[in-house]
Design a protein around this ligand. Sequence first.
Ligand code: HEC
Ligand code: HEC
Ligand code: HEC
Ligand code: HEC
Ligand code: HEC
Length: 183
Amino acid sequence: MKKQWFVTALLGVAIVASLAFAQARDNGDDQADDPVAEGSPELSTEQPIAFPHDRHAGELQIDCQYCHFSAERSSSAGIPPVATCMGCHAVIEGSENPEEVAKLRDYWERREAIPWVRIYKVSDHVQFPHMRHISAGVDCASCHGEVREMGVIQEVEQPLTMGWCVNCHIDEQASIDCAVCHY
Ligand code: HEC
Ligand code: HEC
Ligand code: HEC
Ligand code: HEC
Ligand code: HEC
């Protein structure tokens, strides 16, 4: 009798957990072709390839929007397709971590998108338009920190809470009407 209870309870927990997981994964992205995975099954933040932002955006001074090509004109900033990387890495093998570049070439050969793990994400009921912020002159760094100095991005720099959004909107005299942020 006791054992049956235990099994039922366990099942319940498993169902709730899988529902929560399904919901977390279903974090409605409006772009079907967004190549960013919504968190790996283990919910780890380990990326499939250790992509160093500091080397590309810092040392090499590649413009953020060369890779995050849609920040200026769409809600999402966009993650570069493998072809963008291969424009350089077809010839650049890497002197410090060539095994990471080898992984990149493997994705390219298999014609597979890289399953990057998504870091920054607001709730489903909130809309965040990158283009409105870029055209108002808000710098990437005010929300994402000094990405030029970061190795692999692992953590969210800002709380992404409503208070964080609204405080800046008040400072910048942007709208704080509920309907601009909530559907
Ligand atoms: C050479 C291409 C490239 C350049 C240049 C680049 N990025 Fe990225 N960025 C990526 C890739 C690939 C990812 C996905 C992997 C990751 O999260 O590290 C990414 C991820 C990010 C993320 C995390 C996205 C998430 O998952 O939430 C932020 C924030 C970001 N970049 C900001 C910037 C900023 C700001 C700059 C300029 C200072 C910049 N990037 C320059 C390729 C680039
Ligand atoms: C404009 C050219 C360019 C583009 C585009 C580019 N890279 Fe790089 N990348 C480089 C250079 C140059 C290095 C430094 C190589 C070295 O130090 O030997 C580098 C280094 C790296 C490294 C570290 C390798 C090492 O040995 O330290 C990785 C991993 C990497 N790139 C992945 C990517 C990925 C993934 C993309 C696409 C999102 C990308 N790169 C886009 C030029 C580029
Ligand atoms: C006003 C704050 C703010 C500014 C400025 C900003 N971002 Fe973001 N960024 C966010 C938020 C919030 C998210 C999560 C959005 C979501 O879940 O829909 C995000 C998500 C991202 C992502 C994840 C994937 C995607 O396609 O959206 C990338 C990459 C990114 N930002 C890059 C950039 C770059 C590059 C710039 C500058 C050109 C920039 N951001 C400017 C707040 C900002
Ligand atoms: C660093 C300051 C800053 C932060 C943080 C910020 N915003 Fe904004 N936001 C602005 C500015 C500036 C504008 C442009 C106002 C304009 O175009 O008149 C804007 C515009 C907007 C708009 C368009 C408003 C309209 O009138 O149509 C939306 C929606 C929006 N932001 C949502 C958000 C959300 C959601 C967050 C938090 C996840 C956020 N913002 C965080 C500064 C910020
Ligand atoms: C500038 C953007 C912005 C504006 C304006 C805004 N919100 Fe929000 N709101 C957010 C963000 C971002 C979150 C998500 C916080 C999170 O995921 O933790 C949120 C969360 C919420 C939640 C859910 C609370 C929770 O714990 O997740 C409610 C309810 C809410 N907002 C109501 C409102 C109402 C009512 C207004 C108008 C008075 C309003 N919001 C105006 C950005 C905004």
